[in-house]
Design a binder for this molecule. Structure first.
Ligand code: PMP
Length: 423
């Protein structure tokens, strides 16, 4: 059946999707999610084709930081696109987007736009190699930098995570536990001659939403400078989310290069690589290649400009912090009342919930004690009761989440836990 009627249920659409889309999903990250098809999203809410509503704490894996379909972003993208979408040449909005990004970040001089965080990471690594003439890089246990061969690993191991992935590319990196300055110093001392870069999530949001220990980032900065290694912050999640200037602003530490995406463009697919002019200019001379048909498209640039204008004119950070903090406390309380080991930790804008030992996890190895299957089942129970979250524990909070959403989310989570605890 190829009807496009909006009356098709999620179950109908899932059956159809499986015939023409492998696994019925366009990203492997979504294969384990409940088979719900959405009709619409607005603000902090989603509506599926079956008539159910959801408080959304997935935010499309983070991009909808202003809430779904923010009026100013939608209007800016729509208006800009009526005059053409891609030119294979420059246009005014690109300049405005770059100027706003550089102003928001504070530490960076220049920026290149791309489409995905995965690409921005690869551009950063290539540039670091070009500048240093070295090949290898340091990455950290539990950090995620996209789905390509040289950075994708099975969680909890350092092995390839996909059939067809070339294990030899992983050998280009030296893997170190994060938040351990002595371990990084030892790795740099041993491999400095071969190391182009150190790449990290400056807050380990992908694994436990874990903050850097006091003094850790300044020490990392110092070590990279001392060994002449390019420091790359992967701020694809933290950028524009934990502060307008991301983790670099929050902790007062400037990297040499940083990657951005998600929160930067109100849901539009845009990523960026920002950095010091001395490095970034290597793209401008043509010496280092960074290309892409859709880089800096009219819609992407318009979305960045509108989003950064909203974030600057009406900063949502305090509001989001209040909401996230109350939600974390409410969930922890529900866990206690239901007698389940539901643990909540991390930053309120993107916190982490899990089942496991009650103490917060401060390093990646600690996360191995978590009951991931139990949490995945809970995330499905939440979906059944109208709360949409990631299956791996991150809860994203947007500028559109307010009191009604908090009340609804906690009531629904209460009901989900009732079934979950009984089950
Ligand atoms: N870096 C980090 C820190 C990420 O969290 C992600 C995606 N969640 C990426 C890179 C890859 O970004 P994308 O999915 O846009 O390719």
């Amino acid at each position: 059946m190829t009807s496009t009627t909006s009356r098709a249920t999620s179950a109908d659409l899932a059956d159809r999707a499986r015939l023409t889309i492998p696994g019925g999903a366009n990203s492997n990250v979504r294969l384990a999610a409940p088979r719900v098809f959405f009709e619409r999203g607005k603000g902090a809410w989603l509506w599926d084709v079956d008539g159910n509503d959801y408080v959304d704490y997935l935010l499309g894996q983070g991009p909808n930081f202003l809430g779904h379909a923010h009026d100013r972003v939608v209007a800016a993208v729509a208006k800009a696109s009526t005059s053409g979408m891609v030119f294979g040449a420059q246009h005014r909005l690109e300049v405005e987007a770059a100027e706003r990004i550089v102003a928001a970040l504070g530490w960076a001089d220049m920026v290149r736009l791309g489409m995905t965080g995965t690409e921005a990471v690869q551009a950063a690594l290539r540039l670091a190699r070009a500048v240093t003439g070295r090949r290898r890089f340091v990455r950290f246990e539990g950090h995620y930098h996209g789905w390509l061969d040289n950075v994708l690993v099975n969680p909890g191991t350092d092995t390839v995570a996909s059939a067809g992935q070339m294990a030899s590319y992983l050998a280009d990196s030296v893997v170190v536990p994060w938040n351990d300055a002595a371990a990084l110093e030892a790795a740099l001392a041993e491999h400095a001659e071969a190391l182009a870069a150190v790449i990290m999530e400056p807050i380990m949001i992908n694994s436990g939403s874990t903050e850097p220990a006091d003094g850790y980032l300044p020490r990392v900065r110092e070590l990279c400078t001392r060994y002449g290694v390019v420091l790359i912050f992967d701020e694809v999640i933290s950028g524009f989310r934990v502060a307008l200037g991301g983790a670099a602003q929050r902790y007062g530490v400037a990297p040499d290069l940083a990657t951005y995406g998600k929160a930067m463009a109100g849901g539009w697919p845009v990523a960026a690589l920002a950095g010091r002019a001395e490095l970034m200019e290597r793209f401008g001379t043509g010496e280092v290649n960074h290309s892409g048909t859709f880089n800096g498209s009219v819609m992407a640039a318009a979305a960045v400009v509108a989003t950064l204008d909203v974030l600057t004119e009406d900063p949502p950070y305090e509001r989001i912090t209040r909401h996230g903090t109350a939600l974390m406390a409410g969930l922890a309380d529900l866990g206690r009342r239901h007698g389940v080991p539901l643990r909540v930790q991390g930053l309120p804008m993107a916190f982490h919930a899990s089942f496991g030992p009650p103490d917060p996890v401060t390093d990646y190895r600690g996360l191995r004690t978590l009951d991931l299957d139990r949490y995945a089942a809970f995330s499905h129970a939440l979906a059944d009761h109208g709360v949409w979250v990631a299956g791996r524990g991150i809860w994203y909070v947007s500028a559109a989440h307010g009191e009604p959403e908090l009340t609804a989310a906690l009531e629904r989570a209460d009901r989900a836990l009732t079934g979950h605890a009984a089950g």
